[in-house]
Write a protein that binds this ligand. Structure first.
Ligand code: PRF
Length: 378
């Protein structure tokens, strides 16, 4: 018997091409086509976008954050209001991150102990404790379709001893998270998170330990935290083959379109990143021909759209000169249009990837996409 035989599987692999895979993940709020990119709606909102645009752009699933939502407006309040989907109006699948990673990057005076992390809220300075059990409780109150275990992620570069300690702690927290999740209703999922920094042996130990506990899916954490892309890809190569083939694999907090294409090639099924919306708010567009900084004066008199062949109306229709003007003038609409354009680009990339894998043409798609990026915006 496999260790995860007691964990129902909601993932179906439809096709593979080399190590790349395409499949379907069925959640209580709908089906997610993989490889999937999850736009980040941290505090119950996609910054600068309506949910209908997120949906129209092709996103099946979005990500929310335990850390932000537990502090404001609180998990109990959202539960009383019918859960995250009812509260926000996003009527599709949601994955929530567990909070540990956000505590590390956002809060003051954090302290990690065996039992929990304690920290001061970035909103009002209140002292808060977050344990693996409380993180699961919050994620269940939110009604998240996919909950993440609490883990500890160390920034790189780091000392071997620190990476090992955080990885072992994350493994113990994985077991506690699984126990806390046992009473969840059927169909809801819990993912374990592989840690281990840039040390192959620690990655192996983490992956094997998590698989022995058994989860609905497996995330690879602790990457894109300061290491070069080559190291990140090498760690994916060390980890992905140790994860059960029939379970979804999620690379957390990644990344650029290039990172995503490389990770799909190595067998990753799910991604999330703030980049399309954050860069959009900063005046940067992601397009078929790479990133375009709309602040640049070269766009001031340019009537052309970003990509006249795009299927997304704003990408195909809005003049660069207008986008440049909006960004320079600090107009809210500039941030909104570029967020929408970027989320739509990421989703079109994922559609292309899925379609190519399904037809056994991933290598062709990979080459063509890289050639277009290399051509640059002219
Ligand atoms: N752990 C958790 N969330 C995350 C990460 C992690 O390691 C990362 C690292 N790229 C992003 N988000 N829980």
């Amino acid at each position: 018997m496999n260790p995860d035989d007691d964990v129902p599987n909601h993932f179906e692999l439809l096709a593979t091409d080399g190590a790349a895979r395409t499949g379907r993940l069925t959640t209580p709020h709908g089906v997610v086509r993989t490889p999937a990119f999850m736009p980040v709606g941290t505090a119950g909102a996609m910054k600068g976008m309506h949910w209908r645009e997120v949906r129209d752009a092709g996103a099946d699933i979005v990500l929310g954050n335990t850390y932000h939502l537990m502090l404001r407006p609180s998990a109990e309040r959202i539960a009383a209001l019918g859960g995250l989907q009812r509260f926000t109006g996003w009527n599709g699948p949601m994955l929530t991150d567990s909070g540990g990673f956000q505590v590390m990057s956002l809060s003051d005076l954090r302290k990690v102990s065996e039992n929990a992390v304690t920290f001061r809220s970035h909103i009002d300075g209140a002292k808060v404790e977050l344990s693996p059990e409380r993180s699961i409780e919050v994620q269940r109150l939110l009604g998240s379709d996919i909950a993440m275990q609490m883990d500890e992620c160390v920034r790189l570069p780091a000392e071997h001893a620190d990476i090992e300690r955080a990885m072992q702690l994350s493994l113990r927290w994985a077991e506690r998270s699984k126990r806390a999740f046992e009473s969840a209703p059927a169909g809801y999922m819990l993912f374990g998170i592989v840690q281990g920094g840039d040390v192959p042996q620690l990655r192996h130990a983490s992956a094997r330990g998590l698989v022995a506990v058994g989860f609905h899916g497996y995330a690879i954490g602790g990457l894109a935290v300061g290491e070069p892309q080559a190291v990140m890809l090498a760690m994916i190569d060390e980890t992905a083959p140790l994860l059960p083939r029939e379970r979804p694999r999620y690379l957390m907090g990644v990344g650029t379109p290039d990172d995503i294409l490389e990770a799909v090639k190595r067998g990753i099924d799910m991604f999330d990143c703030v980049m399309p919306t954050r860069n959009g708010r900063h005046g940067v567009a992601f397009t078929r021909f790479g990133q375009v900084n709309l602040r640049n004066a070269r766009h001031a008199d340019d009537p052309r759209p970003l990509d006249e062949e795009s299927s997304w109306p704003s990408t195909r229709n809005c003049a660069r000169a207008y986008l440049h003007h909006l960004v320079k003038a600090g107009e809210t609409l500039g941030a909104m249009l570029l967020s929408e354009i970027n989320v739509a680009y990421y989703q079109s990339l994922m559609r292309g990837v899925r379609d190519a894998i399904a037809h056994g043409k991933f290598d062709e798609f990979y080459q063509r996409t890289r050639e277009d990026w290399a051509r640059g915006d002219i």
